[in-house]
Design a protein around this ligand. Structure first.
Ligand code: MHF
Ligand code: KIV
Ligand code: MG
Length: 335
């Protein structure tokens, strides 16, 4: 049993343990098939990638992508529809990020989300996810004080939230905590570089690793987190060259956000890449759509039509047989 006391240093070691794999998988619950996610009727050729059934992604799946140098596509989801969209589009990994605070709940900082918020939103995301691997952020204040806090709250995210793994921010100062989590079978995604939860201490959202000394610190942190048992690392807002060197020096995947294309995968906040979050737009965001503008236009049109009584039209209303209507009018008196 001595081996169980060791941290699970790598994905491959985790994978070798069927009991752990099973227990990780059984944490996630995927209730009855929803209509939107239903497979195409038999006999019809699939018309989109969403119609081709994909098995549920596991740590093993992510490891395979990494080994084959296939980029790991990651995107955040904060509720049922955003999870359905990400999952059906074919993302490998869904992150229930604490960016939830800013993009979905209107707070000014990620540090205002609670465990209850994260659990509530994780449950909705898990209900909308069939294939992607689901990871949730441990919110600020729930893991820093002690490894015991971290284990207790990670277990809550997994058992109550239904996610498969947790992410936490920090470098080698978090290694002991991460070791504790991975030792008890909780997969951990690390996060170094720009750490939004430390915004107050760092004086804002600042690019990291811009000096030789701070870049060396990032590499040191990455190595410590790999050793502590992280299955992958998020690298946020650092020069692409630094992220590339870190990626080459470690044997677990790096998921970049503002860290260049050499990372083993990429992540973006869904509402950022859809063009729905307009309070600020970090340099690393590419807006693939402008749904903020489109949504306002659609709602504006609706309001206009309501005011003009051109909505609802006949097709949006329910009929009644003329004889029933006549009887009704006779009974109550017609206007
Ligand atoms: N909508 C959203 N997207 C995110 O990516 C995100 C959040 N919210 N909230 C939590 C953190 C905060 N993040 C941020 C926020 C702002 C910048 C930003 O404005 N950065 C400047 C560079 C600042 C510098 O010069 O050092 C930029 O121009 O990109 C970066 C990351 C990333 N996370
Ligand atoms: C931006 C990603 C990495 C994140 O931590 C979040 O969405 O909270
Ligand atoms: Mg986060």
């Amino acid at each position: 049993m001595a081996s169980l006391r060791r941290p699970l240093l790598s994905l491959s070691r985790l994978r070798q343990r069927p009991c752990i794999q099973q227990s990780i998988r059984s944490y996630s619950f995927h209730p009855s098939p929803d209509p939107a996610g239903a497979p195409a009727p038999s006999g019809t050729a699939p018309t989109s990638i969403a119609d081709i059934p994909r098995p549920k992604a596991t740590l093993h799946t992510l490891r395979q992508l990494y080994k084959r140098k296939i980029p790991i596509a990651t995107i955040t989801a904060h509720d049922f529809p955003s999870a359905l969209a990400a999952d059906q589009a074919g993302t490998d990994l869904i992150l229930v990020g604490d960016s939830l605070a800013m993009v979905a709940l209107g707070y000014t900082s990620t540090n205002q989300v609670t465990m209850e918020d994260m659990i509530h939103h994780s449950r909705a995301v898990v209900r909308g996810t069939k294939s992607a691997y689901v990871v949730a952020d441990l919110p600020f204040g729930t893991y820093e004080a002690s490894p015991e806090d971290a284990v207790r709250n990670a277990v809550r995210l997994i058992r109550e939230g239904g996610v498969e793994a947790v992410k936490l921010e920090g470098g080698k100062e978090m290694a002991v905590t991460i070791e504790r989590l991975t030792t008890v079978g909780i997969p951990v995604l690390g996060h170094i570089g720009l750490l939004p939860q430390r915004q107050a201490a760092l004086g804002g959202f600042r690019v990291q690793g811009k000096t030789a000394a701070s870049a060396a610190q990032l590499l040191e942190d990455a190595l410590a987190l790999e050793k502590a048992g992280c299955f992958a690392l998020v690298l946020e807002a650092m020069p692409a060259e630094i992220a590339e060197i870190i990626t080459k020096r470690i044997t677990i995947p790096t998921i970049g956000i503002g860290a260049g294309s050499a990372c083993s995968g990429q992540v973006l906040v869904q509402l950022d890449m859809l063009g729905a979050f307009e309070r600020f737009v970090p340099k690393f965001v590419k807006q693939y759509e402008s749904i903020g503008v489109k949504t306002r236009q659609a709602i504006g049109k609706y309001i206009e039509e309501v005011k003009a009584r051109s909505f609802p039209a006949m097709e949006h209303t329910y009929p009644i047989k003329p004889e029933e209507l006549e009887k009704f009018k006779a009974k109550v008196g017609s206007d």
